[in-house]
Design a protein around this ligand. Structure first.
Ligand SMILES: Cc1ncc(COP(=O)(O)O)c(C=O)c1O
Length: 301
């Protein structure tokens, strides 16, 4: 990972190396941070941030599930992200906003702990590599929705993701696929999951998954392209017999799945996945005017 010059930290840009926190920060001990992952792409009109508003809205929502009130408005957060990429002179990058409880007192309830907010950005390539992923169904179940607010992007939730991801990579796979507490497919540790059968695209319904912004975009795009899109429970059996499978996510974008537990998909990197991926990437590069509203053009902000 390549360091950039500045990180936006509690209202101002500070040098990358100075963006430090106290070791007794509440969120370090108890996993009580809300965060986001956002991508910025190069377009003909300069750099553009994909779904900046939706991501910052989700950050505010995630913080709210912790009872955390951010000291910045939606507009201020959006402006701060734009400032960060602009001052770092980035053309394309990954943007990581995080809101967390700093040091006040050490106890489970964040009494007297200040809410701190940082936004970092750095150049970042393909998350799962350029090849179609080889995935495995792991033993680590996705979080039960009555245990944690699974709809929120909270730092502590990623212990579950980390254990699932490690289970997969330790066994030589690219990525994990996690089941929900009912035994149906939930999602990857950092990606939503889709299957394709004929002209129908199906993805697990909300409930035990993070409502991904890429998932939402791909559902809209696929419907606009004439596919039938369903969100409902998907069993493992159904996924194994699908024509194609793919992952979506800010980091993973649209990643084809070649095999599950070493069983090759009928069409690894098949035509539907390819089409959705190509159209999705066109949108992020500002090449489809219909979806320009999904982009925040940094030079025009
Ligand atoms: C658990 C999980 N599911 C799905 C996603 C995909 O969400 P998005 O498309 O908003 O990046 C992510 C990434 O943020 C994630 O961490």
């Amino acid at each position: 990972m390549k360091a950039t010059k500045y990180i936006w930290f509690n209202g101002k840009l500070v040098p990358w190396a100075s963006a430090k926190i106290h070791v007794l920060s509440h969120s370090l001990h108890y996993g009580t941070g809300a965060f986001e992952g956002i991508r910025m792409y190069e377009t003909a009109k300069g750099p553009a941030i994909f779904h900046l508003k939706r991501h910052m809205e989700r950050l505010i929502f995630s913080a709210k599930t912790l009872g955390m009130k951010l000291p910045y408005s939606l507009d201020e957060l959006m402006e701060a992200a734009v400032d960060t990429v602009r001052k770092n002179k980035l053309k394309s990058c990954y943007i990581r906003p995080i809101a967390f409880y700093g040091f006040g007192e050490v106890r489970v309830l964040p009494t007297n702990c200040p809410v701190e907010v940082a936004i970092a950005a750095w150049p970042w390539g393909a998350y799962l590599g350029d090849e179609p992923a080889r995935i495995t169904v792991v033993k680590t179940l996705r979080i039960h929705p009555q245990t944690l607010a699974v709809k929120a992007k909270i730092t502590g939730h990623y212990v579950n993701s980390m254990l699932a991801g490690r289970e997969a990579t330790d066994r030589g796979f690219t990525e994990a696929l996690q089941l929900d507490y009912k035994g149906n497919i939930a999602e990857g540790p950092g990606e939503n999951f889709f299957i394709v059968r004929g002209k129908t695209i199906t993805t697990p319904a909300l409930g035990s998954i993070l409502p991904g912004i890429t998932r939402e975009s791909v559902i809209t795009l696929a419907r606009d392209l004439g596919y039938k899109v369903e969100d409902r429970a998907i069993s493992l059996k159904e996924a194994f017999s699908a024509d194609e499978c793919f992952f979506t996510g800010t980091a993973a974008e649209v990643t084809a799945i070649a095999s599950m537990d070493n069983k090759k998909m009928k069409k690894p990197n098949g035509p539907t996945t390819k089409r959705i991926r190509e159209e999705f990437l066109k949108i992020t590069r500002g090449e489809n005017p219909k979806y320009k509203k999904w982009l925040t053009f940094v030079n025009e902000y």
